[in-house]
Design a binder for this molecule. Sequence first.
Ligand code: KG4
Ligand code: ZN
Length: 338
Amino acid sequence: MKDGKFITLGIESSCDETAASIVADGRELLSNVISSQIDIHTEFGGVVPEIASRKHLENVNWVIEKAIADAGCTTEDIDLIGVTYGPGLVGALLIGVAAAKAMAFACDIPLVGVNHMHGHVAANYLEHPDLEPPFMGLVVSGGHTNIIFVEEYNSCRKLGSTRDDAAGEAFDKVARVIGLGYPGGPKVDRAAKGGNRDAIAFKRVYLEQGSYDFSFSGLKTQALNYLNTERQAGREINVNDVAASFQEAVVEVIVDKAIAAALEYDQKRIVMAGGVASNSRLRELISERAAEHDIEVLRPSPVLCTDNGAMIASAAYYAYKNGERSGFDLDAVPGLEF
Ligand code: KG4
Ligand code: ZN
């Protein structure tokens, strides 16, 4: 406890960010340290799992120490340690889990393993002090695309998910195909601003009537086919137009399904999360469409959309309040479901 508040340390290492954060009472951000590996992985055009694990190992201790120091805390103040145990890269997850277990054991602090996807949703509790379930959750990240009905803090129902590539994965793959490089999402977002979103008719894939599932893998093929056709015809390719048209195809389907889910379940709030939730066109279009139905859209600021320890701390706090505890046998679960 510090100043009468319950202090949680959140640790995140599921992909290419080593992150730790101190959160008070599950809602108040006291520190947020993120060591990104983007520069290293850019050289290879994507995340290299073996390199990611090694970098996490190099960084995890100082990131945790800095998070505690930045918050003006000591280890004695910490009431709970939350750590991502899945889904993610197994070697990367193991570093965070091992660090959390070692600290929990050495300092005699309770430990809670957190599902990374629950963490993304919880990022919103940090930024919207009055937000409480129920609400409709839209989690769009590099590895997942989910529509989630969050009924209570610790209870949610998955209504739909991607059947192949996640939204962020589609952004990253198409970015590579059109030569924008890694990480694709922010680069496509930027390029699209100077492009015409009606230039190329990318197919919108809705799957069966009423389905909240997604399928984005066909977009990469469509982009490749378009580029080949244009090159063979000797026409110049406008990368901005390709980016804008592709982005629109992804964003429209996500927005339509999220709104349909909110209407079906009679929810007046859509809560966005995950790296792709920082996409400027997605933010714009969902706000426009939601307003037509009197639905409010909430989202974290970009720094809490991408991976961070604060969201893990917040999710751990609510799990702990619900009686959840992890033992020292906590293990990484790379394929953990929502
Ligand atoms: O949530 P996140 O940091 O990591 C995962 O848990 O996957 O999401 C990373 C993903 C990447 O695929 C990245 O390209 C995408 O989020 N992303 C974006 C934007 N910023 C990040 N996608 C579209 N537009 C953006 N502005
Ligand atoms: Zn994530």
